[in-house]
Design a protein around this ligand. Structure first.
Ligand code: ZN
Length: 846
């Protein structure tokens, strides 16, 4: 069935205290649950969620229930009102579960012999009978019995002995934040003293042998704790904070109270095994999960429709953290690249939904770029509208007013309205409406007055044909024709469908810099000439818009090249100037040197009314790289040499930026040097960033067979590195034969497809091979569909998530559309398909 936001009703019982006792055994774990509760609305039945549980016993106030007292279905247990006391009572149950056979990786499962849990969103119901909804919050006491050296749960450790441990979490929490870990683990430990003097023990638990790859994650945790005190005034609230790394995990990581559980790829790092990008991502996700302690745990969500209340805000917080730890403008550009690649793409296809959806069949299908990344953009716009001080005031009020509560987007907006005195009712459309607004601009100059006229329009999305105008902050600056800034950044607030803003007192017609720092998540439709773009790239004071000018020049050049036009001279010249501009940061230059990806070009062609041709896009992109390489060979070669980083590897932003620029130059040079430099770098690299960068270039050049063998024999025992081996081949191999390549890789004994990271490396890599995946004969679609069907019975969550590769089908020609639809229909009509994947295929088919 479908769940609707409009159907929300409060739970008719309060849960005052929960005690759990686990007797661990792989095939038959016993869970005893004791829930103290108070009826709030007399006569109500007690509905408990529960799936795949074998009930052993149930009792109220010590008296066993008989089968006539309750009803059990595959989704839960309902205790009849007649069997319930009117006063506070205690419900005790015992169930049996089988973690060993749990391949869905939701609830209590096993990974490499260790027990672990994933309860968000609705996994706790696979552990015991319970009101598994986020607005039911309670303090938990947990006892674990099991013959394993490390036994962990939420909160503070209270007692332990051989084969058992007890944990107590004083902070009331919803069941989705419950966690348990048991295994043969070792800790990399440290500590942190909070601003008010609380000493917190920090541990990162990993499998023996991995402990020397934890130091960076620990440092990232300490930096996050400090930053949250300084930027948000938020202190940690327990004596201990544990992180556990697990190899089998459906998502990135999980913010369980005091016991975060992470995909090991987001914890383990050493220079030899992790890239600069991995390091940056580890720091960001450690921060993200830590920040959830306040935005998610202390203040949680009333229901799952409010998911972006915690996720959008927490992504916004982790983005701000990374911006402070590294280079702010570079981080902003990276975030916008990712937003366009994932969220704009989602918003423009059949899966478009608002940051706060109003119905779902399977909530796990809504952990999306829209909820997370667009959710973060909406928080960013709120900050722009009320200013930095206004934002801090609003957040202080949020924490004051709602600590300990399960809240809604309405609560969140009310905090901004009440603290700023502003009316945000129109702004709320950003939360409730799907779709990316299009913003067009015209300008006019007369008598010293410069006028910008904006028009906004949001195309229809599934279920939302008509769109209201959005309240959007448009940050604008004006430059004089000689390149001086004559009007510094000013935030215009647009609320109408069409609206003009006039800047008086200008002695000549200025050049506008619009949507600085990407102040609103919209598509700016503005026919700026290549000369004007080149001017902005050279003179704008806003780094984001300098990059944006180069990006749109590159995008337009590539779009024209797919139709047979030659590369734009303005673009080629601008790249030459930037390459040798030593005043620009290397990381920033690297971003400008890297061309838009093939999917971005396809998205842009489709938006401009042209059906994208994947082969033509691939060819055009390669041709532009070759042209750039010939044109700027000397400067690229000099940059490649100059950006070599001497001395020992560190993952800091400065050397990482140099390596990024070096590899961006290498990608162009490889087009014309017979992969000579890439081969030399592969042979000499002492860090994974350069090793993998070199290998990627060798693959693109078709000269990687020996290198791939060497890489494999060196890293065959390091899972996270072998994931990269699969990923680079699937994503970068020549598209004409990519389907054959991934078919061979899938038959490789190292393709452990039940491991989500390995599955994502091969399948996700392949779908990123744009022309390979979209090959005209449909071989790519068929390969992909076969694997989704194979994974679905074991792990529906990951199968459903991976099905989003098909979301762009309406962009392409009729032949490809027919092929994708046939594939989706084949999947949809498969007997026994999961709820997860069947919701996705239904939405994908529209
Ligand atoms: Zn999160």
């Amino acid at each position: 069935g479908t769940t609707y936001l409009a159907d929300y009703t409060p739970h008719p019982f309060s849960i005052d205290k929960v005690s759990l006792c686990f007797r661990l055994a792989p095939g038959a774990t016993r869970v005893q649950t004791r829930i103290e509760m108070t009826p709030l609305s007399p006569g109500a039945a007690l509905r408990l969620d529960g799936e795949q549980l074998r009930l052993i016993s149930a009792a109220i106030d010590g008296v066993a229930l008989t089968p006539s007292d309750y009803l059990i279905t595959p989704s839960g247990m309902t205790i009849h009102p007649a069997a319930l006391p009117e006063a506070p009572f205690t419900l005790e149950t015992e169930v049996e579960i089988a973690p060993e056979g749990n391949t869905a990786l939701e609830g209590l499962y096993m990974s490499n012999g260790m027990y672990c849990t994933q309860c968000e969103a609705e996994g706790f119901r696979k552990i015991t009978y319970y009101p598994d909804r986020p607005d039911v919050m309670a303090p938990f006491h947990v006892r674990i019995e099991g013959d394993l050296p490390v036994l962990l749960s939420n909160g503070n450790p209270v007692a332990s002995g051989p084969g058992w441990a007890e944990w107590d979490d004083p902070w009331p929490k919803p069941a989705y934040l419950f966690a348990l870990v048991a295994g043969d683990l070792v800790a990399h430990s440290g500590s942190f003293t909070t601003a008010s003097g609380r000493a917190v023990a920090l541990n990162i638990y990993v499998r023996p042998g991995d402990e020397d790859r934890c130091a960076f994650a620990l440092g990232a945790l300490q930096r996050s704790m400090k930053w949250d005190e300084e930027a948000y005034g938020r202190e940690y609230d327990l004596d201990i904070f544990n992180i556990v790394a697990v190899d089998d995990f459906n998502m990135g990581a999980m913010e369980n109270k005091g016991l975060n559980i992470f995909n090991s790829k987001l914890v383990l790092a050493s220079p030899e095994t992790a890239t600069d990008t991995d390091y940056e991502r580890i720091e960001a996700v450690i921060a993200h999960e830590y920040f959830h302690n306040w935005t998610g745990n202390r203040i949680t969500c009333r229901d799952w429709f409010q998911l972006c209340l915690k996720e959008g805000l927490t992504v916004f917080r982790d983005q701000s953290f990374t911006a402070d730890m590294r280079l702010g403008p570079v981080k902003r550009i990276e975030d916008v690249i990712a937003l366009r690649a994932r969220q704009f793409r989602e918003d423009q296809g059949p899966l478009a939904h608002p940051p706060r959806p109003d119905h779902y069949r399977e909530i796990n299908n809504f952990y999306t770029a829209t909820v997370y990344e667009k959710g973060a953009e909406v928080v960013g716009m709120l900050r722009t509208l009320v200013g930095d001080d206004g934002y801090r005031k609003a957040l202080d009020l949020y924490f004051d007013r709602h600590d300990g509560q399960a809240c809604t987007i309405e609560d969140w907006i009310a905090v901004f309205q009440d603290s700023s005195g502003r009316d945000l009712s129109q702004f709320k459309h950003w939360y409730t409406d799907a779709g990316t607004p299009r913003l067009s601009v015209t300008d006019d100059y007369a008598d010293g007055n410069y006028t910008l006229t904006f028009e906004q329009h949001t195309p229809p999305t599934p279920g939302q044909p008509l769109k209201a105008s959005r309240h959007m902050p448009i940050a604008v600056g004006l430059l004089s024709p000689n390149g001086d800034e004559v009007v510094p950044t000013t935030v215009l607030e647009m609320t109408e469908a069409r609206q003009s803003f006039t800047f008086p007192g200008l002695s000549s017609r200025p050049v506008p810099s619009i949507l600085r720092n990407f102040s609103a998540p919209v598509v700016l439709e503005r026919a700026a000439s290549p000369a004007e773009q080149a001017f902005l790239l050279a003179h704008d004071t806003d780094p984001f818009n300098r990059w944006e000018a180069a990006r749109s020049l590159a995008r337009q050049t590539l779009m024209d090249m797919t139709k047979g036009a030659p590369p734009k001279a303005e673009y080629l010249d601008a790249i030459g100037r930037l390459l040798t501009d030593d005043s620009a940061d290397p990381a920033f230059r690297a971003l400008i040197l890297r061309l838009p990806g093939e999917d971005e070009i396809a998205q842009a062609l489709h938006a401009s009314g042209t059906t994208p041709d994947p082969e033509a896009i691939h060819t055009a992109r390669g041709a532009l790289m070759t042209t750039l390489a010939h044109r700027h060979e000397a400067a690229l070669s000099a940059t490649y040499e100059a950006m070599a980083v001497p001395g020992a590897y560190t993952p800091d932003a400065a050397p990482a930026g140099r390596r990024a620029l070096r590899l961006a130059a290498l990608a162009l040079l490889t087009q014309i040097d017979g992969a000579r430099r890439a081969a030399a770098l592969f042979a000499s690299a002492d860090n994974m960033t350069e090793s993998l960068g070199a290998l990627s270039n060798l693959i693109t050049a078709g000269k990687a067979e020996d290198a791939l063998e060497q890489f494999r024999s060196r890293w065959q025992d390091v899972r996270l590195v072998m994931d990269k081996w699969f990923l680079v081949q699937a994503s970068l191999c020549p598209p004409e034969t990519a389907a054959e390549r991934v078919t061979a890789l899938a038959a490789d004994p190292a393709f452990e497809w039940k491991n989500p990271n390995r599955f994502r490396s091969l399948l996700g890599g392949f779908s990123a091979n744009h022309a390979g995946f979209h090959r005209a004969d449909g071989a790519g679609y068929r390969f992909y569909g076969d694997w989704l069907l194979r994974l679905d019975p074991l792990n529906p969550q990951t199968a459903a998530r991976m099905s989003t590769a098909f979301e762009t089908w309406p962009r392409y020609d009729k032949t490809r559309q027919t092929l994708v639809r046939a594939e989706l229909e084949r999947i949809a009509s498969t007997e026994g398909l999961s709820r997860d994947l069947s919701e996705m295929t239904a939405r994908l088919l529209g």
